[in-house]
Design a protein around this ligand. Structure first.
Ligand code: NDP
Length: 238
């Protein structure tokens, strides 16, 4: 039986590229996003068969619990979990409302904690199980205008390292990929002039650049609790 990979936030952007790459590697995919039609469309474009699309808001405990029960019932035990579901709201702290802070923390940090917790029992039953969370270089370096977003991503780094320690004895690995500027809906408002000149490699990243790093960490049996930066050298200049 091929490996089952759950990609939360797999309908668009980085998650969609990860889903494509994993399907090409022969995995069965469970693609999760709030918009079920978008998840279905993403699944329809995947290589291979037996993929499923599910609608779930990762920040809602009950929805996450039910979704992972459905995944297990429909598709079996989970080998890989990739947490790419995320939102961004750029604003100076003085102009950030509490509900915006809560939304960022709930989706980007709590969401990953809830999906990991919901997946762990199932992952205990598969060999070579691995989780990759998607952080951000701004979670490592900080960025003016992104206090709440970077707090959520720094939190995700701490969570990743702690969970890696917690489940290492059960042979589940947990790592984090920290992208720089990647060309997706999230950065659609940014022009090359806004950022590309500050990137040593001279271009924004593509979702596929991040997907390769995710695949590497999922398939590397002796790496856990690590952060892999995929940013064209951006953090060297930060
Ligand atoms: P996109 O906006 O292109 O895609 C986000 C995905 O997450 C969509 O599938 C969206 O589907 C899903 N999603 C958002 N909120 C929720 C939720 N509450 N529950 C379930 N799914 C949700 O973003 P990117 O691909 O650019 O970003 C992916 C990850 O990478 C994010 O965590 C982001 O913070 C991180 N990142 C991105 C960078 C970039 O430059 N693009 C840089 C650094 C990090 P739907 O709306 O249907 O729910």
């Amino acid at each position: 039986m091929s490996r089952l990979a759950v990609v939360c936030g797999g309908s668009r952007g980085i998650g969609r590229a990860v889903s494509h790459l994993l399907a090409q590697r022969g995995c069965r995919l469970a693609v999760v996003s709030r918009n079920k039609d978008a998840a279905r469309t993403a699944v329809a474009s995947l290589h291979g068969e037996d993929h499923i699309a599910l609608s779930c808001d990762v920040s809602k405990e009950e929805e996450v619990q039910k979704t992972f029960e459905t995944i297990q019932k429909t598709s079996g035990n989970i080998s890989y979990l990739v947490n790419t579901a995320g939102i961004n709201r750029d604003a100076l702290l003085l102009r950030t409302k509490q509900e915006e802070m809560v939304a960022l923390l709930h989706t980007n940090l709590l969401g990953a904690m809830l999906t990991c917790r919901a997946a762990l029992r199932s992952m205990l039953r598969t060999e070579g199980a691995a989780i990759v969370n998607i952080g951000s270089v701004v979670g490592l370096k900080g960025n003016a205008g992104q206090c709440a977003y970077s707090a959520s991503k720094s939190g995700l780094e701490g969570f990743t390292r702690s969970l890696a320690k917690e489940v290492a004895s059960r042979h589940i690995r947990v790592n984090l990929v920290a992208p720089g500027f990647i060309r997706t809906d999230m950065t659609a408002g940014m022009k090359d002039a806004d950022g590309a000149s500050s990137i040593p490699l001279g271009r924004f990243g593509e979702p596929e650049d991040v997907a390769q790093a995710v695949l590497f960490l999922l398939e590397s049996p002796y790496i856990t609790g690590q952060v892999l930066v995929v940013d064209g050298g951006l953090q060297l200049a930060m």
